[in-house]
Design a protein around this ligand. Structure first.
Ligand code: HEM
Length: 447
């Protein structure tokens, strides 16, 4: 790096700690980052107090950070600030420890293992719609959250105990709300005894109690029940060592959180998009009826549900539940000629890039057909990356896509949803992108 570059910092908004943490960025990060990209282009700089961050909007620059120079970066401040919750689980751990854990967990996400969960996913979606009646009003986001929670409880712990699922779900909701307020999480670390932190600690204790009990029961039972926890319990590294209870706790909480709300949000956004686009919805229904003819979907049906796949791809483009990502430079680097010092943040937003007219025609329109003629192969690798990329790519992507496809196919055969005009749906960018006040719909049985 030359001396002349040392003083260079990309253009960006004037530094202002209060406004940035509690103002525009915190209130509406989606608009904030969109405006940053419009005003300053592909690389901009943010200064908040002593923190320096670069915000990048070009696929090749993102690839440079996530893939080519992944070892120079750690996870960003928001995830690090949530370590009290995730511990040293896969999402937050670093270096050799992360690599060992990733290798131990990887077999649990092997396609063959994951495919075995399809029947549970279809069964639970089927059970849910048995409770629905034509004309009823429901919050489809809430319904998808409950369903995803049941599915993850069963596939992760083999726990169909609704008591546990309910207790865990309620606790996770409290913790997620707390974790979502990322400005505060950075400013007020957990050791500060604020009312919010006290609630968070109590929530963690409750969750841990359930999780440690399940681990103890499973250790006592000793058999492989085919769920993710069994695989993690029996996994061994090259030296033959297993995960201890604390590691299992961290991985389980991580998978639980990463695997439940993300998929539920994606399903809710997809139903909402379908309800607003009758022509797309019609094509979606025709394909389901033609391929499945009323029976429950199986893994072998999925390759023939190509339009469903495009609907899902397009929904993850417009409403990517992982709406933005961040890294912290652990070593010096350079991005587009700008020096990146140790401790600088680097951020990028799927929300912004997925809506960039350089990569997508009519980017704000919901058009699943755009994926029909091999668009995915023509795009730069990081013009579309709902599951991240590089070594830290989402370990659960196959699981998530399978679950979303099976649930869409099961429910879409029997029901469609009418939106309630008075109910406004707005995206809320917390750790995940969720509909702020849910998605209120009227259920309609399909003829
Ligand atoms: C639509 C659903 C999902 C989306 C969009 C999504 C997205 C992502 C993204 C973008 C990352 C990368 C984060 C980063 O690099 O900073 C990630 C990581 C991760 N995801 Fe997912 N995810 C989804 C579902 C799931 C599911 C179902 C599971 C587990 C059952 C899961 C488990 C994880 C884990 C453990 C990591 C950390 C991986 C590592 O660093 O080694 N995710 N996810």
């Amino acid at each position: 790096m030359t001396d002349s570059s040392a003083a260079k910092f990309p253009p960006g908004p004037p530094p202002n700690l209060i406004r940035s943490l509690f103002g525009a960025m915190q209130q509406n990060p989606l608009d904030y980052f969109t405006a940053m990209a419009q005003k300053y282009g592909d690389v901009s700089g943010m200064r908040i107090g002593k923190f320096r961050s670069l915000f990048i909007n070009r696929p090749d620059l993102i690839e440079d950070v996530l893939v080519n120079n992944a070892r120079l970066y750690h996870k960003g401040r928001v995830l690090r600030a949530n370590k009290y919750l995730f511990g040293e689980g896969l999402l937050t751990s670093e270096g050799d420890f992360w690599l060992r854990q990733r290798r131990l967990a990887q077999p649990a996400f092997h396609r063959v293992r994951v495919n075995a969960y399809a029947a549970t996913m279809a069964e639970y979606a089927g059970q849910l719609i048995e409770t629905w009646r034509n004309g009823e009003e429901r919050d489809i986001h809430e319904e998808m959250m409950q369903l995803a929670l049941r599915i993850v409880s069963k596939t992760l712990f083999d726990a169909d105990v609704m008591r546990d699922a309910k207790e865990i779900g309620e606790t996770l909701d409290v913790l997620l709300q707390i974790a979502a307020n990322f400005g505060r999480t950075i400013l007020v670390p957990l050791w500060v005894p604020s009312p919010r932190n006290i609630r968070a600690k109590l929530g963690i204790k409750r969750l841990e109690k359930v999780i440690y009990r399940i681990i103890a029961e499973r250790r006592a039972g000793g058999r492989d029940t085919g769920d993710l926890l069994s695989i993690l319990l029996h996994a061994q590294d090259e030296e033959g060592s297993h995960m201890n209870d604390r590691q299992l706790r961290d991985e389980t909480i991580t998978l639980f959180l990463a695997g439940h709300e993300t998929t539920a949000n994606t399903l809710a956004w997809t139903w909402w998009l379908l309800a607003q686009n009758p022509a797309v919805e019609k094509k979606f229904h025709e394909e389901l009826d033609g391929v499945l003819g009323g029976r429950a979907p199986e893994v072998d049906d999925l390759p023939r549900l190509t339009f469903l796949n495009h609907v899902l791809t397009e929904s993850l483009r417009l409403y990517p539940t992982a709406w933005g990502m961040a890294r912290l430079a652990a070593e010096e680097h350079e991005i587009a000629g700008y020096p990146v010092r140790r401790g600088y943040g680097v951020a990028f937003a799927q929300w912004v890039i997925h809506r960039d007219a350089r990569w997508f025609d009519a980017p704000l329109e919901f058009r699943p057909e755009r994926w029909e003629n091999g668009l995915a192969k023509q795009l730069p690798r990081f013009a579309y990356f709902p599951f991240g990329g590089g070594p830290r790519q989402c370990i659960g992507n196959t699981f998530a896509l399978l679950e979303a496809s099976v649930v869409l196919a099961t429910i879409g055969q029997k029901f469609r949803f009418q939106l309630i005009p008075e109910h406004k749906v707005t995206p809320l960018a917390s750790i995940t992108l969720r509909p702020k006040n849910g998605v209120q719909v009227r259920l309609e049985t399909r003829k």
